[in-house]
Design a protein around this ligand. Structure first.
Ligand code: SPD
Length: 359
């Protein structure tokens, strides 16, 4: 396997991130040039957010800064494990992070997240009832639903002769040397478990041994395990087929309409990501104001329009020109939420390390 150069999509994404960084690095200015707007009553002057890459609206941060007089520092990550590793390493200074649902109970157990002050989340009822109470957060007490999505296969209709309908496409040479899978053990081993008809949350050592074997076989034929860079590579045609999240596939489609997205017949995962307030958040009032802000219909719609993921916000969904439809009952029957793996996490981590190290 070889690493590959970032494509135009990454270049644009990097340029956008640089522009956001530049816009948030300076003082918050009011309409009168040079005048610093004071923070809204009771808010700290700063806010530190750590979110997934390419997972926010183009004006979400700037709009909040302008209205609330709070300067935002916005950093990004590529996997839940990267984010958790940083949190576990010690105080980060972050106020808000965006874990996937399966991590929420874990973060609670480890005392890393604060209970939300729902009395200040006056826009909470804009959420669809489905998202107000979820298995990951039954009381709706610890996280504001951010976006939902699914994992599937993004592929180039002009480069492959047929749609990849099975996870087996990564094992049968369908796009030899031009395929990528996510650089994420839960995703890769989860897909291989589904391929063999198992739960993507399996903790059975024999089932995991089969997934390990398939993942190593797939790896030998991949261009790379790739997450952030895959959209650009798909758009350029260096990658013809990729394990991909649906929203990222939509983003890539904007650059190249010859990109399609398929839910494999063996099924896959569906995720809800949540924005949570960290227990040691240095700016809890500004963070809570941000949580209420993203629950506004216009703000929620702009996030979903940009990211291509589903909004949990009913009022936002109603405003969208091209809303992402919730999975049909048939699709839902093939989709599974990830769960915390408990004691089996060590086994999964060992197997993923072995897959990454395999020749
Ligand atoms: N570009 C942001 C993608 C966010 C995906 N989060 C959920 C991953 C589930 N494994």
């Amino acid at each position: 396997m070889t690493a590959s150069e970032p494509g135009r999509r990454e270049f644009l994404a990097a340029a956008t991130r640089a522009a956001v960084a530049a816009s948030v690095a300076g003082p918050v200015l009011s309409a009168c040039a040079g005048e610093r707007r004071p923070p809204a009553a009771g808010l700290e002057p700063e806010l530190n957010i750590y979110n997934w890459f390419d997972y926010i609206g183009p004006d979400t941060i700037a709009g909040f800064e302008q209205e609330f007089g709070v300067r935002v520092t916005y950093d990004t990550y590529e996997s839940n494990e990267e984010m958790l590793g940083k949190l576990m390493a010690g105080a980060t200074g972050y106020d808000l992070v965006v874990p996937t649902g399966y991590q929420l109970p874990l973060l609670r157990e480890r005392g890393l997240v604060a209970r939300l002050d729902r009395s200040k989340l006056t826009n909470w009822d804009n959420l669809m009832p489905l998202f107000q109470r979820t298995p990951a957060d039954p009381g709706g007490e610890y996280g504001v639903p951010w976006q939902w999505g699914i994992t599937g296969i993004a592929w180039r209709t002009d480069l492959l002769s047929a749609a990849p309908e099975s996870w087996g496409a990564f094992l049968d040479g369908s796009a030899s040397g031009r395929a990528t899978m996510l650089d994420d053990g839960r995703e890769v081993l989860g897909a291989m478990l589904r391929y063999r008809g198992h739960s993507l949350n399996s903790t059975d050592p024999a089932e995991l041994a089969g997934a390990r074997q398939d993942a190593i076989k797939a790896k030998a034929d991949l261009l790379a395990f790739m997450t952030l860079a895959l959209k650009g590579q798909l758009a350029s045609g260096d990658v013809a087929m990729a394990q991909c999240w649906n929203g990222d596939a939509r983003q890539a489609q904007r650059e190249n309409p010859n990109i399609a997205f398929t839910l494999p017949r063996e099924g896959s995962l569906i995720f809800n990501d949540y924005m949570v307030l960290l227990r040691d958040a240095p700016h809890p009032a500004a963070a809570t104001a941000f949580l209420n802000y993203i629950l506004r219909p216009d703000v929620g719609a702009a996030i979903s329009e940009e990211t291509g993921y589903g909004t949990p916000n009913r009022a936002a969904q109603e405003r969208m020109r091209d809303p992402i439809p919730y999975p049909t009952p048939d699709e839902l029957a093939r989709l599974e939420y990830q769960r915390d793996l408990g004691a089996a996490t060590a086994l999964w981590d060992r197997i993923w390390t072995e897959v990454k190290a395999a020749a």
